[in-house]
Design a protein around this ligand. Structure first.
Ligand code: ADP
Length: 167
């Protein structure tokens, strides 16, 4: 059984992430999407909300599981009994960091290999950060994220703006 883990922040999940999930799930027997609950970053969505959104946009993919985790990716990979980490490469700017991460993870656990997917050209410029930035200023994000994710991003940002206005 080939189990792979696709770790990331997914704050929120984009069409670029979804493309990687679809392609990786065709390759692995089981794909676990690991949503990183990282104390150092302040995400827009809680880990539970991010898990929930990914679950709902991947419900047609039978061999995809979504879980939140904290700590090291390799520890989560071991916990899942997985042998592979999946990551996406958008541009050369991703390369240096991703190479370093892959080598670090392999030096921690030689049983773990990283597989890189080159991203679909039409999604290559999309990042969760850009999605939030565009939505914050009222721009159209429907090309970047699935419809229901877009709705949730707008709603979340509206709530956040209301809360700051009321201070
Ligand atoms: P992280 O904070 O770990 O970088 P992200 O959620 O930003 O988490 O990204 C998770 C993974 O998905 C990374 O490997 C990243 O390169 C990849 N990724 C991010 N955006 C895209 C995209 N538009 N297309 C394909 N892969 C992407």
């Amino acid at each position: 059984m080939k189990i792979a883990v696709y770790p990331g922040s997914f704050d929120p999940v984009t069409k670029g992430h979804l493309d990687i999930i679809q392609r990786a799930s065709a390759l692995a027997d089981e794909l676990v999407v690991g949503v990183l609950n990282n104390n150092a970053k302040t995400p827009l969505f809680s880990a539970e909300e991010r898990v929930d959104m990914i679950k709902s946009v991947t419900e047609d993919l039978r061999n995809v599981r979504v879980e939140a985790f904290s700590g090291l990716s390799v520890d989560f990979v071991r916990k899942c009994n997985a042998g592979f980490i999946v990551r996406g490469l958008r541009a050369v700017t991703d390369f240096e960091y991703e190479l370093q991460m892959a080598q670090t993870n392999r030096s921690i656990d030689r049983g773990v290999d990283t597989i890189f997917f080159t991203t679909e050209l039409n999604y290559a410029y999309i990042s969760s950060t850009i999605v939030k930035e565009v939505a914050w200023y009222g721009g159209d994000i429907s090309g970047f994220v699935p419809y229901e994710v877009a709705e949730r991003v707008y709603r979340k940002i509206r709530d956040k703006k209301d809360r700051t206005e009321n201070y």
